[in-house]
Design a protein around this ligand. Structure first.
Ligand code: PFF
Length: 511
């Protein structure tokens, strides 16, 4: 295992890959991917998703890790180091995950509750019957949300090497083992599993519309944690010990593998125990909580006594996945605040976690339907509203920025000239062996165009699908971007926003 001499950062290449995979593997894989597959007709969606990972995800992944590795700093400084005027994208990719963490922890809290509640037998309190009453309660989901946040905060406080890396190295293999176990169990449930398998593996393109393609792209970015600063932040904690292309590929492959295994774990079990009519449109409705919080608990309950253990294993696994993601989501803002304002890691984490917890309370009420569902924005619950802004607008914008930065602006003299891009990328330290030329063309032209195209058509499609109320979501997204651009040029453009070495210095002066 390669060791680095860097103090503040990942101790090993594999530690980085596992932490980044920990960020990538989350609710997106274990819940979002299967329910979107189900909503978009099955295997055809899976195929398009894989293409999105290949042609957009992997290119953005390499670019983001590279931006971080090159800058050894938080995302604002990292973009400033590419081009000073691009620094606002660094701020955008701090804001997006910070918005996400406020609702992601609500779902993390639900998952935690479902894990600890797994052993309730068949009564009114069991997971299979209590989803609505639990989520609509004004207190209990909030308690679980805060608890979940506290768990993540504790790990971040311990630092990159002794917290994030250490726990990822334990939690990720654990998650994988549990998942493989559940897949094997699910595939051996007997008659009825075949139709679930066929639904997941035999493409039928008549079921996939263009909105499915857009959903696949959004899902790929979300699942790979792209366009949200996390891969830049984690990349910044690496050095010469990692091989850029190889690490990026490993993260993409692992993330996709987990999503595929999640599908293999669920669809055969659902068709075997509930009937194949359940396969299509699982978790339909706003944000699809149906799949893992309503349908799966019924599947577990149909398994009899053993179902309680399978339920516990499943939800514990989802908690692990969500936890390692939340850690990475919060690290982006924690890193920036520490470096820009020279604050200490523990206090910064505490403040960020407390503020996000406060924001998550009304979100929990809104999405759970507490207070008779009175809390909503233009007819959308707060979670859906924020998730739409992040997924359809801000995340693709962040990923677009990363490709643009590397493809066009990294080296002022050379990169802008298409004929010299390759040389400039090499001089900058992008080493991708035989894939170098493909990467250069992709990052410069194809991936950004694809992202932009799918993003714009996504907006148009969503407006068509949801009606004019969707413009409020688009408007809110545009306002957020405008606000961040202004804030950047007013407060951060001229100021030094710090780098990783600053945290080391801070630690030294303390010691
Ligand atoms: N990639 C995570 C998932 O699939 O659940 C979610 C996520 C992680 C979103 C990191 C945002 C982020 F910054």
């Amino acid at each position: 295992m390669e060791q680095t001499t860097k103090k503040n950062g990942f101790a090993s290449g594999i530690g980085f890959v596992l932490a980044a995979a920990g960020s990538a593997v989350g609710l997106g894989n274990l819940w979002g991917f299967p329910y979107k597959t189900s909503a978009n007709g099955g295997a055809a969606f899976v195929l398009v998703y894989i293409l999105c990972v290949l042609f957009m995800g992997s290119i953005a992944m390499i670019s983001e890790i590279f931006i971080g590795k090159r800058a050894q700093s938080n995302t604002v400084t990292a973009y400033k180091k590419i081009k000073k005027k691009m620094g606002w994208i660094g701020l955008l990719v701090i804001a997006v995950p910070t918005i996400i963490v406020c609702y992601y922890t609500v779902l993390g809290g639900w998952t935690l509750r479902f894990a600890v509640n797994s052993f309730q037998g068949a009564n009114g309190l069991s997971n299979a019957t209590s989803f609505v009453s639990f989520t609509a309660d004004p207190i209990v989901p909030v308690v679980f949300t805060v608890l979940f946040m506290a768990l993540a905060a504790l790990i971040i406080m311990a630092g990159v090497k002794n917290g994030i890396e250490k726990y990822s190295k334990i939690l990720m293999p654990a998650l994988f083992i549990i998942l493989v176990g559940i897949v094997i169990f699910s595939l051996t449930l007997g008659p009825g599993t075949e139709s679930g398998l066929a639904f997941f593996l035999q493409p039928d393109f008549s079921e996939l519309g263009f909105d499915g393609v857009v959903a696949a792209m959004g899902q790929a970015f979300f699942s790979l944690s792209l366009g949200m600063g996390t891969m830049i932040a984690y990349g910044s904690y690496t050095g010469k010990e990692i091989k850029l292309g190889k690490s990026a590929m490993m993260i993409c492959i692992f993330d996709t593998l987990v999503a595929l295994l999640a599908g293999l774990a669920m669809f055969p079990a659902i068709s075997a125990l509930m009937g194949e009519e359940f396969l299509l449109g699982l978790g339909a409705g706003a944000s699809g909580p149906g799949l893992i919080y309503v349908v799966l608990p019924q599947v577990f309950s149909a398994m009899g006594g053993v179902g309680q253990f399978v339920s516990f294993a499943f939800f514990a696994m989802v908690v692990i996945a969500a936890l390692t993601s939340v850690i990475s989501i919060m690290e982006v803002s924690v890193q920036f605040i520490i470096q820009r304002f020279k604050t200490n890691r523990k206090k910064t984490t505490l403040i960020v976690a407390s503020v996000c917890s406060l924001v998550s309370i009304p979100i929990a009420w809104s999405v759970g339907g507490a207070f008779d569902g009175g809390l909503n924005l233009f007819g959308y619950d707060f979670l859906t509203f924020l998730d739409e802004i992040a997924n359809t607008l801000l995340m693709p914008l962040g990923a677009f920025g990363a490709c643009l930065g590397v493809g066009w602006f990294i080296d002022k003299k050379l990169t802008a000239n298409p004929m010299k891009t390759l040389r400039s990328l090499r001089e900058e330290g992008v080493e991708l062996g035989v894939f170098m030329k493909i990467y250069a063309v992709m990052v410069k032209f194809i991936t950004p165009i694809l992202i932009l195209f799918v993003m714009l058509s996504g907006i148009v499609g969503k407006v068509g699908e949801n009606g004019p109320s969707y413009w409020w979501i688009v408007g809110a997204g545009v306002l957020i971007v405008a606000f961040l651009v202004l804030a950047y040029f007013k407060f951060f453009y001229k100021t030094d926003c710090g780098e990783n070495a600053d945290e080391e210095k801070l630690e030294k002066t303390k010691a």
